[in-house]
Write a protein that binds this ligand. Structure first.
Ligand code: G4P
Length: 562
């Protein structure tokens, strides 16, 4: 009798445990499912172009389609003036506004679109490179008349380094430009990527009649429209139909038929996998300012572009579906008002769910931090959010804890990789003009470097500070901000270096010999890595030849792109 009683009690207690666990399992499963749904919905990307190709105009039209803005012109007003290289105050004014336009999120169909803004000005190219580490894909805008321009090539190199999927939008078809097949050849050869046209222009300039959508076999007839949204798209599966001649004229129709046949002969059919692996770039044609070809671009983009992807850390690859939250800071925006020294750190969520007022691990500082007012950016409005999912960008108010590249996690101690420094192009030695303020100068310059305004190299003897930037404008920015925010005065003396190369080797003897011979050209970066400041391409080649066991890297992230 007693044995039965024990067995029954045992049975009941087991049943209770199982019963209590059911809801937990079910909830966890539901949680995972809803996370998967949120992740699948998101499209986080950047629009890049050589200045003036039409990046701002295209961004604005996408926002218009997404209903995020009602009239054209709203984004444009925030644009940094591209021509005034020395008009620093203007840029400062614009920077204040551009916090709001740094991320533009909106819903379109069933997708949540996150556009990360990249500065157009070439002096801020480094900023753009870093933003590209936080996107999952890119739309590259090319001007039909100018084709591939200098900055297009450089930006594309960065995309190719990390196999970022790229869609190309050939813009300004309402003007005369390069012949379409020639342009496709140029894109392939200069950008080092295969292309696959998904739409095709019918004429250009005055003879521009519209675009034919090869991807879903429809025809969009051109009518200039600078403010609204054109929806004059006709489905057209049979290009042989006489209706085509009636709509666009016999001559244009037969030209289109010929060209589409050629495209099928010359280019492989679109394959999403080769696009996702960064080997093939789908190409669209249109006219952003006329709102033309933009909807095809956006619809196809939603169909084919990747949802948030995983990121490598020094321990393992972190996938968006990983349960625990993690993310990294790719941009820091300073508040330029000296009375409010706070900054906004832009964090890209990589895995799990970011939650407001929850303690997270700042891996580099080994410090627990929580954020009472994390901000999201919907078009031009900022608002406080309670949670964010992989692919989202969250603005975190920061009083100096963050550096670009920092990782936040739910406890794990890994650092995200992939936020490299690139060699600067202009180098100057920083000279302190007020010895009484050297502490302020040190603090200021360190904080500006954390924000990624420029790179600092220290040279011995005397811990001389060499500041390296991509453009002249940054020196004006540093000078102004050191004085106005930190009360320090400085001057820059030009240094005649051509590149900074990070040096690694397993041959210590050769390294020591190199350091002795090149003592005047050796420096260390912010993480104490050894850097060679080469004065000319020739001297760099000589160093490579004379010290064959040393590796001279062009970026600070040695495993990528070398
Ligand atoms: P960006 O951000 O890449 O630097 O280029 P942005 O959009 O500012 O465009 C540069 C110029 O090209 C602008 O003219 C813009 O209106 C024009 N543009 C953009 N798309 C098209 C297009 O499809 N066709 C034609 N013909 N022009 C286009 P702007 O004179 O510099 O400025 P705005 O006075 O027109 O605003």
């Amino acid at each position: 009798m007693q044995r039965y009683e024990i067995l029954i009690r045992l049975f009941l207690s087991r049943a209770k445990v199982i019963y209590e666990q059911i809801p937990t399992f079910a909830l966890a499963k539901l949680d995972i499912m809803s996370n998967a749904k949120e992740i699948e919905k998101r499209r986080t990307f950047g629009i890049i172009s050589h200045p003036d190709a039409g990046k701002t105009t295209l961004t604005e039209k996408l926002l218009l389609f997404g209903g995020a803005i009602q009239t054209a012109g709203a984004v444009k007003n925030n644009k940094i003036k591209k021509t005034a290289t020395s008009d620093f105050m203007e840029i400062e004014k614009q920077r204040g506004i551009s916090v709001a336009t740094s991320v533009m999120a909106f819903h379109y169909n069933d997708k949540q679109i996150n556009i990360l803004d990249t500065p157009g000005h070439k002096d801020f190219a480094e900023d753009t490179f870093r933003t590209l580490t936080a996107v999952d894909s890119v739309i590259l805008v090319v001007d039909v008349a100018n084709g591939v321009e200098a900055q297009t090539e450089r930006l594309m190199e960065v995309c190719r380094m990390r196999n970022t999927p790229v869609i190309i939008f050939v813009n300004k078809l309402d003007r005369d430009g390069k012949e379409s097949f020639d342009l496709l050849d140029e894109l392939e050869s200069k950008l080092n990527i295969k292309v696959c046209p998904l739409t095709w222009p019918i004429g250009m300039g005055d003879r521009f009649k519209g675009v034919y959508n090869i991807y879903n076999e429809s025809l969009n007839v051109f009518s200039p429209n600078k403010t609204g949204i054109s929806d004059d798209i006709q489905s057209f599966s049979d290009l042989e139909s006489v209706e085509l001649d009636e709509i666009i004229g016999e001559e244009a129709a037969s030209e289109l038929r010929e060209e589409v046949e050629m495209i099928h002969g010359v280019y492989d059919a679109f394959d999403r996998d080769t696009y996702l692996s960064g080997e093939v770039a789908p190409v669209f044609f249109g006219s952003a300012v006329n709102n033309f070809g933009v909807q095809e671009l956006l619809n196809t983009f939603c169909d084919i572009s990747p949802s948030p992807r995983g990121r490598d850390t020094d321990l393992r690859t972190v996938e968006p579906m990983d349960k625990k939250f993690s993310g990294f800071v790719f941009k820091i925006h300073a508040n330029l008002d000296p009375k409010h020294r706070d900054r906004i750190a832009f964090l890209r969520v990589v895995s799990g769910t970011f939650q407001r007022n929850t303690f997270y691990n700042h891996v580099r500082l080994e410090k627990k931090l929580k954020f009472p007012n994390p901000t999201s950016f919907m078009a031009q409005d900022k608002s406080v959010i309670d949670e964010a999912f992989p692919g989202d960008v969250v603005g975190l108010y920061d009083s100096g804890n963050f550096k670009i590249g920092d990782t936040l996690s739910e406890g794990e101690r890994f650092m995200f990789k992939g936020i490299p420094s690139f060699s600067p192009e202009i180098f100057m030695e920083l000279e302190n003009l007020d010895p009484m303020k050297s502490k302020q100068l040190d603090k200021g310059i360190r904080q500006l470097m954390d924000e990624g305004v420029a790179q600092l190299f220290i040279q011995q003897p005397g811990s001389r500070k060499i500041v390296g930037t991509v453009g002249q404008l940054q020196f004006e920015v540093i000078n102004y901000r050191l004085e106005h925010e930190y009360g320090a005065k400085c001057r820059f003396a030009p240094k005649n270096y051509f590149k900074a190369c990070w040096v690694t080797t397993e041959n210590d003897e050769q390294l020591q010999a190199f350091k002795r011979a090149k003592a005047n050209y050796i420096a260390t970066d912010k993480d104490d890595n050894l850097v060679f400041l080469a004065e000319t391409p020739f001297l760099l080649t000589m160093a490579e030849q004379d010290y064959p066991d040393l590796v001279f890297h062009k970026t600070s992230e040695f495993k990528v792109g070398e």
